[in-house]
Each structure stands twice: as C-alpha cells, then as structure tokens.
Design a protein around this ligand. Structure first.
Ligand SMILES: [Zn+2]
Length: 174
C-alpha cells in the first residue's frame, strides 16, 4: 500500500499532456493503479470527499484514472467518444485545490472508451454525476483543470464561503 502526495495547483505536472499506456498487465501499471486507489481512499477518509483521481495528480504522466463510485474502477487510455449536446451546470471541486469550488458546465451524458489494466477494451455510458466525474478526470490527463472551465472568474470561490452564503440565504442552489 502506498499513499502518494497529491500535487497542488501550481505544480507544472498538473498541466502535462499525459502519454498513452502501451503495455498492459505489467507490474508497473498495476502498482500505479494501486497507488491511485490508496491515495484516493486516504484522501476521502481525511477530507470527506473524493470519487476519482488521475495519475498526473500523483505525479505520473500516464493516461490512467481511478474512480470509486459504485465500486472501484481503473480506466487506462480513456477517451470520450460521444457527448450529449445537453449540458449541466454544477459546482465542482478537486483534490489539487481542495478548498475551492468552481461553477462549470459539463455534458449531461457521455460515452467513454477505455481499457482495463489487463488491456481489455470497454465502453462506459455515463450520465449525471458519473458523467461529470469522468469528464473531470479525463481533463486531468490532458492537463486541463476544473478552474479552466469556470463559467466565469466570479464563480471560483472558497467552499467554506459558498456554504456560508447558502446558510445565510437559505438557498440550496447558488
Ligand atoms: Zn481533479
């Protein structure tokens, strides 16, 4: 088990275009997936949020994601092959800037083609929460951060401030 430090906003590695994995089922790839899983679960225990992590967030430039929503899933070389025209607007957050919330738009549904660590190809159809999570993580392997997708610069805020404003106004949606 190996919990790795999560890189923070400003680290240039978060801006790298990651490279495709060419060899599957290797000890090295399995070790990366294990580290992603351990780091995600540790982060979630300590911070109370977190459903996915991308390899560049632990300083590895391979196109690998690990998510844990309805169970653990490792995605190697993920690619969005279809996206809905319909968009959703939401507040997003990220391990790499854990105190911030950013309002952005994502496609309501997508289809993602990926390989598992053994090299088998899969097609995942996702909608809503899973779709936005996958778009967030796939952005990471392209060096794109949620902040880049903010609807505007006024919608990058401290989470604590957002929560305070929600309490004061009694509104669920801001
Ligand atoms: Zn992130």
């Amino acid at each position: 088990m190996s919990i790795r430090p999560v890189l923070l906003l400003g680290n240039p590695l978060l801006r790298s275009l990651c490279v495709r994995v060419r060899q599957y089922n290797t000890p090295d790839l399995r070790a990366l997936v294990r580290d992603l899983a351990d780091t995600l679960h540790d982060f979630r225990r300590r911070n109370g949020f977190g459903r996915g992590i991308a390899a560049p967030q632990i300083g590895d430039k391979r196109r690998v994601l690990f998510i844990d929503v309805d169970g653990p899933l490792a995605l190697v070389n993920p690619e969005i092959v279809r996206s809905s025209r319909q968009m959703m607007t939401l507040w997003d957050d990220c391990f790499s800037f854990p105190e911030l919330a950013v309002k952005l738009k994502r496609h309501l549904s997508i289809e993602v083609r990926y390989r598992d660590p053994e090299g088998k190809e899969h097609l995942l159809k996702a909608r809503g929460a899973l779709a936005e999570l996958l778009q967030h993580e796939i952005d990471h392997v392209n060096g794109i951060l949620a902040l880049d997708r903010a609807v505007d610069s006024k919608h990058i805020v401290y989470k604590s401030e957002l929560e305070r404003l929600k309490r004061v106004s009694g509104r669920k949606e801001m």
